[in-house]
Design a protein around this ligand. Structure first.
Ligand SMILES: C[S@@+](CC[C@H](N)C(=O)[O-])C[C@H]1O[C@@H](n2cnc3c(N)ncnc32)[C@H](O)[C@@H]1O
Length: 267
């Protein structure tokens, strides 16, 4: 049966946001997304577990920043489709006055985000492309919600691998980082391939026909994103190792390291 599709969107091209939504058990995906995700699952059956681990890391990092580091403003870049435990919800468990802006370049993400957040105070969803960070910073709507004279946590969760080396994601992080005052934070997770090169390359090949590619990067190149920031303990680590909560110890049967993540502070 045909699925209803939002106007003007080509649902025949697999889309990274909707494939990720599928891994997370969401319903905002179409046949082409599910078929591409199924091909990824053939070579990387861990994809849904990794997506959940990534969301769990993001939740722990945001709660840490809100509850322990006193951060009250969040900028979530490449935010993805709304899911359980969105950034502003996690932060507001600690600080109800938290302000949050979600940015994405995907029209479906933007439509769903706006519908979910309609009427929510001090939260906005705005279009922006990480390949053009200056345009994101120049947008007046960003500054209606966030005050760049006060610390902001900028989140790059599972998104910088959507940019190729030619897109220069290091420049993107640097431009945004330079706009932040001291006491701001960087939260970052990124796919890596060192422990399962063949499977990761096969998964990346599926994404070459999707809305964004997936560029696998090694630890030293991921570490370079934090230049100019002080990496907080425990450093650049696999997702389950970033400040695991007592209730959620890393499982004894560990997955190979598919992602590295870290949180850093601007001195
Ligand atoms: C794998 S999802 C991650 C979602 C969320 N950050 C998380 O960690 O759960 C990647 C998201 O980045 C977005 N994205 C990809 N390339 C982008 C770009 N150049 N600019 C802005 N967003 C982008 C996609 O639309 C998608 O929503």
């Amino acid at each position: 049966m045909d699925e209803p599709t939002p106007g003007g969107i080509d649902v025949t091209v697999p889309n990274v946001a909707r494939m990720y939504d599928f891994y997370l058990g969401g319903k905002d995906n179409y046949a082409a997304d599910r078929e591409a995700a199924a091909r990824v699952l053939e070579v990387a059956p861990q994809a849904p577990a990794l997506a959940r681990e990534n969301r769990a890391f993001l939740g722990r990092a945001v709660r840490f920043l809100a509850a322990e580091a006193g951060v009250r403003q969040f900028l979530d870049l490449g935010a993805g489709l709304p899911t359980r435990g969105n950034v502003h919800e996690a932060a507001r468990e600690a600080a109800a006055e938290t302000r949050c802006v979600y940015v994405d370049n995907d029209p479906v993400v933007l439509t769903h985000g706006r519908a979910l957040l309609a009427g929510a105070d001090n939260v906005d969803v705005i279009p922006g492309d990480l390949r053009r960070p200056e345009e994101i910073l120049a947008g007046p709507r960003l500054h209606r919600t966030l005050d760049f004279d006060r610390p902001v946590a900028v989140l790059f969760s599972s998104v910088l691998h959507c940019l190729t080396d030619e897109d220069d994601p290091w420049r993107t992080v640097r431009v945004l980082g330079e706009a932040l005052p001291s006491g701001s934070h960087l939260v970052l997770s990124h796919i890596t391939a060192a422990e399962q090169e063949d499977a990761a390359q096969a998964g990346a090949a599926v994404y070459r026909r999707a809305s964004s590619e997936m560029t696998l990067r090694r630890a030293p190149d991921i570490a370079r994103f934090f230049d100019g920031f002080e990496l907080l303990e425990p450093g650049l680590v696999p997702l389950p190792d970033w400040r695991p909560s007592a209730a959620l110890r890393p499982p004894r049967e560990r997955l190979p390291t598919w992602f590295l993540c870290g949180v850093a502070r601007k001195p």
